[in-house]
Write a protein that binds this ligand. Structure first.
Ligand SMILES: NC(=O)c1ncn([C@@H]2O[C@H](COP(=O)(O)O)[C@@H](O)[C@H]2O)c1NC=O
Length: 510
């Protein structure tokens, strides 16, 4: 007679599966809680304690860790010495293993959970059985994912035959599962132990969705989310309409959201190729959008628009006038959704960006390696600000400087942002020299550069950026400072009547 060992923390869906085993003439063996669930449902089950002739003990820390179990999982059925050992010790074979583990990840989602409570949720016996059974995939069918119960039930109802490739695939899934489970534990304990730059790192991500392709059609790609679903992350967004998100959409939307979280007042961000092309702040979402649009009515074409307030009919009417890839907002009025529905392809995402936290790690893959750093979460405080010129910025200039500083942090380096009246008027992104970025931003601003402010993500290595800014009519500059040639830039700013503020903070973004 075949035997199935069922030991599950999440009991959902387990009764029909156990019934399918019984109907097939397979004996079901279970641990305490699972045994009680199945018995209560009238399914005949043998308790593990009966098989091991040992009671479950130490608050369940020891239940299945026994040769009567592990021998039955690991014995090579085609190796006579293994089978002889099994006979000698009266170890019965186990042919199916259905296990899901203690909910460690769920437990640590609670920020107030005590270490002891989290540690108690580290499953020991479950992974041991899964690994043993998966190692012996030639003889054992191992199911860790409740999504596979259906397949198992169906197969038990027909021929109960599993091809070796199927058992192998299930085994690989088991090792992915236990690896991710252990990665989460290692990450949590490493954090608790206060270890930085550990000798090895394992990050665990779960498939959110396969993507049609990557950055280009010939590149295969998929989107993985951080373990669980982080509030405010794209994985938690609700898509109300439109085509499936693409690889580039996800990157651009992420960039738009990162920038948007800098702002509390109603703000709209338009992003193209990971850079903001227009940002506007206003009293209402519609006003903020109008400013973001006017900032650069050309580049917004085919862009991503993110708004940190509900999108109403007035805003939606402006949005549908354009070709956009994505519109993101915390909510949309039903009228706004009706208006947006006229543009079937535009992806409309509802996402509570207020929940988004600028914390955690920033991972960048390089050939043969991975760079790991903290996210750039350094916010500007009053104490950071130092006016280095004779002229102080006016009140309006201060507002524009702080506005532009929030944005330049999210523009690829070398980055220059020109802003005026709560609106970007020029963005110079990703240039190989700083004055080149300034020239692009100034050219884009045109007449609007007169009276605008300029923000730079890093210091001026020479005064040429001040020179081009002054010629264009820029009135105030914000930059980190720290160049050995700072004084030359300050002198030139004084000569041209420009107010200049140092922040002492660099915001490179490569
Ligand atoms: N200690 C053991 O021997 C052991 N054997 C199985 N478990 C786990 O116990 C859980 C099921 O327990 P129960 O059937 O008592 O509700 C499963 O998540 C399983 O992975 C164990 N628990 C933890 O390590």
């Amino acid at each position: 007679m075949s035997r199935a060992l069922i030991s599950v923390s999440d009991k959902e869906g387990i009764i029909p599966l156990a019934q399918a085993f019984v109907a097939r003439g397979v004996e079901v063996v279970s641990t305490g809680g699972t045994y009680r669930t199945l018995t209560a449902a009238g399914v005949p089950v043998t308790e593990v304690a009966e098989v091991t002739a040992f009671p479950e003990m130490m608050d369940g820390r020891v239940k299945t860790l026994h040769p009567m179990i592990h021998g039955g999982l690991l014995a090579l059925r085609d190796e006579p010495s293994h089978m002889e050992a099994a006979r000698e010790h009266q170890i019965g074979m186990i042919d199916y293993v259905i296990v899901n583990l203690y909910p460690f990840a769920k437990t640590i989602e609670n920020p107030n959970v005590h270490l002891a409570e989290a540690v108690e949720q580290i499953d020991i016996g479950g992974p041991s059985m899964l690994r043993a059974a998966a190692k012996n995939y030639r003889f054992v069918v191992t199911v860790v994912d409740p999504a596979d119960y259906g397949l198992l039930i169906e197969r038990l109802a027909t021929d109960a035959v599993f091809a070796e490739e199927e058992r192998f695939a299930l085994a690989a899934k088991v090792f992915r599962h236990t690896a991710a489970y252990d990665a989460r534990i290692a990450q949590y304990l490493t954090e608790k132990a206060g270890v930085s730059n550990p000798e090895s790192v394992t990050f665990s991500y779960e498939l959110q969705q396969p993507l049609r392709y990557g950055e280009n059609p010939h590149q295969q790609a998929a989107f993985y989310r951080a373990s669980g679903v982080l509030a405010g992350s794209l994985a938690s967004a609700k898509q109300r309409q439109g085509k499936e998100l693409s690889f580039n959409n996800i990157q651009d939307a992420g960039a738009a959201l990162d920038l948007l979280t800098e702002f509390d007042q109603p703000t709209v961000v338009a992003v193209k190729h990971m850079n903001p092309c227009g940002v506007g702040t206003g009293v209402t979402a519609a006003e903020a959008f109008a400013r973001a649009y006017e900032a650069d009515p050309v580049s917004i074409f085919g862009g991503i628009v993110a708004c940190n307030r509900e999108v109403d009919e007035a805003t939606a009417s402006q949005l549908v006038e354009l070709f956009l890839e994505i519109v993101i907002a915390p909510t949309f009025t039903s009228g706004a959704l009706e208006i947006l529905a006229k543009k079937k392809n535009v992806r409309v995402l509802e996402l509570d960006m207020a929940e988004r936290k600028n914390e955690g790690v920033d991972l960048r893959a390089v050939y043969g390696g991975l760079l790991v750093q903290d996210r750039d979460a350094r916010a500007l405080t009053d104490a950071d600000l130092r006016v280095v010129t004779a002229r102080q910025p006016s009140e309006e200039e201060w507002a524009d400087l702080l506005f532009a500083w929030k944005i330049v942090k999210h523009v690829k380096s070398n980055a220059i942002v020109l802003a005026k009246d709560a609106q970007t008027v020029g963005v110079g992104a990703g240039q190989m020299n700083r004055v080149g970025a300034a020239r692009i931003a100034i050219e884009q601003a045109g007449e609007r550069a007169v009276g605008a402010v300029l923000a730079s993500d890093a210091f001026f290595p020479m005064p040429d950026t001040v020179e081009v800014a002054a010629r264009a009519g820029v009135r105030a500059i914000i930059q980190p400072g720290g160049s050995i040639k700072d004084q030359a830039s300050i002198d030139l700013a004084n000569e041209r009547g420009i107010a200049m503020v140092f922040t002492g903070i660099r915001h490179f973004r490569h």
